[in-house]
Design a protein around this ligand. Structure first.
Ligand code: 13P
Length: 323
């Protein structure tokens, strides 16, 4: 059992204050492999960006909270060893119940999300408040969610088409739960098909009007965007070229993410773009090296490719040189 401060981590409070004031978003990257983990640190070191490492309950099934916390600590140690002091938070992504949040906090997570968005309003408030009370007593920050973000991701499946956040509900939710940040639904979604092109070939826009209304009602309060990957056709085509089968895929255009980052959005979650980039290049490298038996044939090569992807995300969110 750890205290996150002993692991060298910070909670998200100060990160979000700075991001809100200077109009950028802190990158929140999911990782499921050591290559992704290392590439994320390569990118933030080069770009001098604050970082939120996202670990889902599914990652806990894969690695266990102990190893996740120790990995995060090793990332911070790497920074210290090269004399770079940039803030790193370890955040439980989509905590689905109180017990998961408690366990993450006990293992040294500095921030947790409690996703009560599928519950009725009063139940969402009660659950979120229970987590906030536990977390705040330990100086851990909490993200809640209002409105549902459609799609399936990391074992979290939402069968509806998503439901935009109702701005009229946010003040009461934040006031009663005392949550530190809020994930909202303005048109992003989990998975590979997030939007469909309009008949004239243009793309539907995120609902910036909802975001603006929330910003007016909650001045200075940090908003979170989930499901924000771009799903580049380059990786989808590479996956299909080397034996994969992805039929329809389209994410959120980069300029829409950049615009949200300049508004009240202080944290932007990216998972799928890292997954498909790694998968595309792994398939390519394996096809080009059919007799390979050592997985390092691809792991060593995809780390710098992933680092380039994460650096680009940092640029889009405006978080470089913020430390
Ligand atoms: P993407 O699947 O769009 O990368 O979203 C990730 C996410 O929101 C994790 O919580």
């Amino acid at each position: 059992m750890y205290n996150y401060r002993d692991l060298g981590l910070v909670n998200t409070k100060e990160m979000f204050e700075k991001a809100y004031k200077d109009k950028y978003a802190v990158p929140a990257f999911n990782f499921i492999s050591i290559e992704q983990f290392n590439a994320i640190f390569d990118a933030v070191i080069e770009k001098r960006s604050p970082l939120i490492l996202l670990a889902s309950p599914n990652l806990h099934k894969q690695l266990g909270f102990e190893l996740i916390a120790r990995l995060a600590q090793s990332g911070v140690d790497r920074l210290r060893n090269i004399g770079i002091d940039l803030p790193v938070a370890l955040h439980l992504d989509h905590g689905m119940n109180f017990e998961q949040c408690v366990k993450a906090i006990e293992y040294g997570f500095s921030s947790v999300m409690i996703d009560g968005s599928m519950l009725p309003f009063e139940e969402n408030i009660a659950l979120t408040k229970k987590v906030v009370d536990y977390a705040h007593a330990r100086c851990v920050t909490v993200e809640g969610e209002l409105g549902t973000i459609a799609g399936e991701e990391e074992g979290v499946s939402i069968k509806t088409n998503g439901q935009y956040t109702d701005p009229a509900m946010v003040e009461e939710f934040v006031e009663r739960t005392k949550v530190d940040s809020l994930a909202i639904s303005i048109g992003t979604s989990h998975g590979l098909v997030k939007i469909k092109a309009n008949p004239d070939g243009t793309f539907p826009e995120l609902r910036y009007d909802i975001l603006e209304e929330i910003e007016k009602r909650l001045p200075g309060f940090p908003i979170v965007l989930h499901g924000a990957s771009t799903i580049s056709s380059e990786y989808v085509e590479m996956i299909n070229k080397y034996g994969g089968k992805i039929e329809a895929a389209m994410g959120i255009p980069e300029e829409q993410i950049a615009k949200a980052a300049k508004m009240a959005v202080c944290k932007i979650n990216i998972a799928s773009d890292g997954w498909i980039c790694a998968m595309a290049h792994t398939r390519r490298i394996l096809a080009e090296n059919p007799s390979a038996i050592d997985s390092r044939i691809f792991t060593l090569k995809i780390r710098p490719i992933l680092a380039e992807l994460y650096k680009k995300k940092i640029e889009i969110m405006g978080s470089s040189n913020r430390i």
